[in-house]
Design a protein around this ligand. Sequence first.
Ligand code: NAD
Length: 418
Amino acid sequence: MDVYSHPTFDMAARQFDRVADHLGIPVDERDRLKYPKRALTVAVPLRRDDGSITVFPGYRVQHHLSLGPTKGGIRYHPDVRLGEVAALAMWMSWKCALMGLPYGGAKGGVAVDPGALSTGELERLTRRFTQELIPFIGPQIDIPAPDLGTNEQTMAWMMDTYSTHVGHCVPGVVTGKPLVLGGSLGRREATGRGVGYLIGRVFETLGIEQSGATAAIQGFGNVGSHAAYSLARHGVKVIAASDVNGGVHNASGLDLRALDAHVAATRTVAGFALADPIDNASLLELPCDVLVPAAMERQITGANAGRLRCRVLAEAANGPVTPDADTILENRADVFVIPDILCNAGGVVVSYFEWVQDLQSFFWNESEVTDRLFRMLESAFQQTLQASRKQNIPMRTAAMSLGVKRVWDAKRARGLFP
Ligand code: NAD
């Protein structure tokens, strides 16, 4: 299916092929698991503040429908393409199945730089994009959530547009909403908090003392910043953080409160006075106990994987490590990888809790959310670690095989129609 050709889709497909070999999936059953069930491409016209019109391409991909509705984020970034979104949807499928959630994977996005639009333009773009998606989404069909470049406000506009269309309030159509609209306590923090929890568990497993350990974080957005706070609460020193405009480094540990104030005032970590500047490539190669890529795909490649100097690589972003880098890292006993579909699963787990709360109109307190989140992450971590050790396979292959096998089992149990 050439329509999905893209370096990120090729990467997700290579990872899948490897797992399919490991599981012994017959060749004629593989394409059914690999390719998205359906995909929608839309043209989103936006009236700009100056009165002119710009059309942006938008996408939504639903990877499989075997276990329930589909679930996945909406990304606003200039590099969004159909193949990239399809790869992200595939990863969502394996992630939801690994976590035991009743969802297939989905992803969507608009090829736009959200930083270049005014708030009014962003609202009009989001509403028009949602309007184009209306036949394709719904609480029992496909449930979007925030991702790179989108946030609670984006979800509020999506929920409002959908609800206005159907004529009544439908909070369960999106997750990651503001609390006042049926959002869940703990959703905003969930992905980063989950990353912090799993890093803590891996430190325990490897015998690394959390207090005084060091962390470097690429991408200080929703996921990266909450991972940083979560690590800092356990005494980990965050020595570097970056965003699309650059990075900052302080070997004694960044003052996260002061960094937050700087980001609130300037919308970037760059220029933070209590640290030295560092570029994104150098940040990845800093000596540290844990490196947390929390920005984009394909950041750790065959070119730099050999130069990483971390003991734990916690993949908070989706797809930050290429298969070429995997080959290098698998031969490096000094680096423990927490694969993306496990590491950042906290987001979709609490999105699932939000959806359940919305469907039941019965809301939980924050400790119920966080306790249940940690229990589900712990179970997936244990299963993945055991599979990795027992079968002597890398953590990524272990996590993906658990996810892929569940989807494969579901497809076999349902059979092929007609
Ligand atoms: P965000 O938009 O809140 O933050 C992204 C951050 O990355 C920003 O600071 C941005 O400036 C930075 N960034 C972008 N391009 C960069 C580059 N080339 N180099 C360095 N920094 C760069 O997005 P987010 O929601 O935090 O998502 C980050 C990653 O986590 C994405 O891969 C996303 O798919 C993944 N993820 C997010 C969630 C969630 O709940 N939001 C859940 C699972 C996975």
